[in-house]
Ligand binder design. Structure first.
Ligand code: PMP
Length: 319
């Protein structure tokens, strides 16, 4: 069996810990997982300078803080401390290429599902892994509308980026894959479009970008918020946040998922019905280009969204 890639160090509870030593007791694992919340963050390399930029780090750590609060965990670390921790673990692992960063906060205490808050301590680790961006490639996906329904706020709130929420996402993904699709779109309990298993959704109709509101049983996606700004301010495309019907997926001109991992992923078909002509549409393509340039700092605008890791190579004569 080939060994999967792993970082040399994790950041865990305030320290850099070698991979092999970052362990938890077997009897604790499941109860910690039930209560765990997390973030997915990306760092992108600027091809000209070699600098690595963490994208919207503050916003991701703010959302982590909100998930910690809603999950009833203790806020052990401040946003500023976690910002330093993310940079520290990137540097300790000598990351110089595109990296996916995952902080996880979890309860540690008696091995029970319902431990009292005062019996539980909050652990927090940060791990990372390399990834390859598919922006500006021909990558697009065929999806089905899931027979599973998106978890609503009054059952398991999607607003909390909690590990157990991903059961709902797994069910939808497994069903779609078993039926020969690449992924799923999940409707909410009112029968309107919510989101994908791990990404939010936009459609384009007659030059207008439409995306379900944050009350549609979705995660409050940071990429969604980013793209709303880029569509409006850079591309001049109007954006409406409103309920989306299932049949709008069949008649829209373009559709794409968005998320830290998904980036801007074009949807080629829904329920075997082509979206537009099944190719990557013009708004989606332009948006991919702008997003690509902003996350890597090729486009100098929105610099407040990029935290440099400080690994740029010194300029060499002739560069
Ligand atoms: N919805 C779900 C269920 C997700 O897991 C993700 C990925 N974090 C998103 C939406 C997109 O959120 P973001 O843009 O903040 O990564």
């Amino acid at each position: 069996m080939t060994q999967e890639w792993h970082p040399d160090y994790l950041w865990s509870d305030g320290k850099l810990v070698p991979w092999d030593q970052a362990t938890i007791h077997l009897t604790q694992a499941h109860w910690s997982a039930i209560g765990a919340v997390f973030e997915g963050i990306k760092a992108y390399k600027n091809p000209q300078t070699g600098e690595l930029y963490v994208f919207r780090l503050k916003e991701h750590l703010r959302r982590l803080g909100q998930s910690i609060k809603m999950a009833g965990l203790k806020p052990v670390w401040s946003g500023a401390e976690l910002e330093r921790a993310v940079l520290e673990v990137l540097r300790a692992n000598n990351r110089r290429d595109d990296t996916y960063i995952q902080p996880v906060a979890y309860p540690v205490g008696p091995g029970r599902a319902f431990s009292r808050a005062d019996e539980v301590r909050t652990g927090l680790y940060i791990t990372l892994r390399p990834f390859e961006s598919h922006l500006l490639t021909d990558y697009r996906i065929n999806v089905r509308v899931s027979s599973w329904v998106r978890i609503p706020d009054h059952v398991m709130p999607p607003r909390i980026k909690a590990i157990p929420n991903y059961w709902n996402s797994r069910l939808a993904t497994r069903e779609a894959q078993a039926d020969g699709y690449d992924g799923a779109i999940i409707l909410n309990t009112t029968g309107k479009v919510a989101e994908g298993p791990g990404a939010c959704l936009f459609i384009i109709r007659d030059g207008v970008a439409i995306t379900p509101p944050v009350t549609a049983s979705i995660l409050e996606s940071i990429t969604r918020a980013t793209l709303i700004i880029l569509l409006r301010e850079v591309l001049g495309v109007p954006v409406i946040e409103r309920e989306v019907d299932r049949t709008e997926l069949y008649v829209c001109d373009e559709a794409f998922f968005c998320g830290t991992a998904a980036e801007v992923t074009p949807v080629a078909s829904v329920d075997r019905i082509p979206v537009g002509d099944g190719q990557i549409g013009p708004v989606t393509r332009r948006l991919q280009q702008v997003y690509h340039d902003v996350i890597r700092g090729i486009d100098a605008r929105f610099s407040e969204w990029r935290t440099p890791v400080g690994v740029a190579r010194p300029a060499v004569a002739g560069d």
